[in-house]
Design a protein around this ligand. Structure first.
Ligand code: TXA
Ligand code: MG
Length: 324
């Protein structure tokens, strides 16, 4: 890991595995290195990046006025699939926060990611800025091969891709805004609203409009301007080249992704048959990628209906179905 840490320290990029998806990392204090993330991804530069650190003790380097409930969340769920949005410290410069007064911080739960972050901190690094290692708007990569397919043509010889196998969770971290009186979910993920409420004892300010979520958000309109700044909240994100349909019965020649309990109609190309919602999240992006590799023009996905990680799956699928 010391070679990869040195790669970061010299201003180059390292794509690395996390438990959610692969990240494209750069030294979060180096404006030029961070600028290269944006050019490799083809991403607008006013979209903020998540800073990855090796432990919650490092959260105070990047954030100020951290509320008690954020500390409880960090204790309960880090290392893990959760990003906390906090008031930024002076370390979090505009090229990280997109000019906002907040910063996103995460401690990933992956041996390779943690080893890389520790090695980088041991040679003086403060944190690694890392978006998902895909081109802007595309499906996030959950294997090193998918990273290479997405971005290798845009990397320099000094950049690196670390292969850590398949990501165990498969959808991006839950992003929680901790700058108000109550935690507010900006992007659903494996850490659910119910888990946040148990951890903090505070009712989550709901912002996700999901028909299966029981209590439906009533403040989306008020905050929608801010939400634009969360690039993952764009309505046409996470989209493969194939057109994605959600509420249809698949017909001949179409790709199909559904729980194993649902049968494949004749002539339909089954792309994945996960046994439960966790496995659904884990294989989803790879299955969408397979649709493109197989040259399919249409994919039907039967969405899981649960309230756990299924909320995050439906969130990403709704965006994928909006197309690019
Ligand atoms: O699971 C993950 O979070 C992965 C892995 C690599 O850690 N990272 C990831 O990064 O998904 P990215 O950049 O693809 O998505 C992060 C989202 C973006 O939509 C960004 O706008 C939002 O987090 N974000 C970052 N900082 C923020 C802030 N200060 N306020 C609001 N949203 C923020
Ligand atoms: Mg992303």
């Amino acid at each position: 890991m010391s070679i990869a840490a040195a790669t970061l320290a010299t201003g180059n990029l390292v794509a690395f595995p996390t438990e959610t998806v692969y990240g494209l990392g750069a030294d979060a204090c180096n404006a030029d290195a961070v600028a290269r993330i944006y050019s490799v991804k083809g991403r607008p530069s006013d979209h903020p990046l998540i800073v990855h650190v090796s432990s919650m003790q490092r959260m105070g380097d990047w954030a100020e006025e951290i509320p008690e409930f954020a500390i409880e969340l960090a204790r309960d769920f880090w290392p893990g699939p959760m990003t906390l949005v906090l008031k930024r410290s002076s370390l979090a410069q505009d090229f990280i926060t997109g000019g906002q007064e907040t910063v996103g911080v995460r401690v990933p739960d992956h041996v390779v990611a943690l080893a890389l972050l520790e090695a980088f901190e041991n040679i003086g690094g403060k944190g690694v800025a890392a978006p998902s290692a895909n081109r802007f708007g595309q499906v996030s990569p959950t294997t090193a091969e998918a990273v290479a397919e997405e971005i290798s043509e845009y990397l320099n010889p000094a950049d690196q891709i670390i292969d850590g196998g398949s990501c165990s969770i498969g959808v991006e971290s839950t992003i929680i805004d901790c700058t108000g009186d109550a935690p507010r979910i900006l992007r659903p993920g494996a850490i659910t609203a119910a888990m946040i409420e148990v951890s903090t004892g505070i009712q989550v300010a709901k912002t996700i409009s999901d028909p299966n979520l029981g209590s439906v958000n009533n403040s989306t309109e008020i905050i929608s301007d801010e939400l634009i700044r969360v690039s993952g909240s764009l309505e046409n994100h996470y989209a493969p080249a194939a057109k994605v349909f959600l509420c249809e019965i698949p017909t001949e020649g179409q790709g199909f992704i559904a729980l194993a309990s649902i049968q494949t109609p004749p002539g339909v190309i089954r792309l994945a048959s996960p046994r439960d919602d966790e496995e659904f999240a884990q294989i989803l992006y790879e299955a969408l990628r397979q649709a493109d590799i197989k040259g399919l023009s249409e994919v039907v996905v039967t969405q899981p209906i649960g309230t756990g990680i299924a909320v995050a799956i439906r969130d990403r699928l709704a965006r994928a179905a909006n197309g690019r």
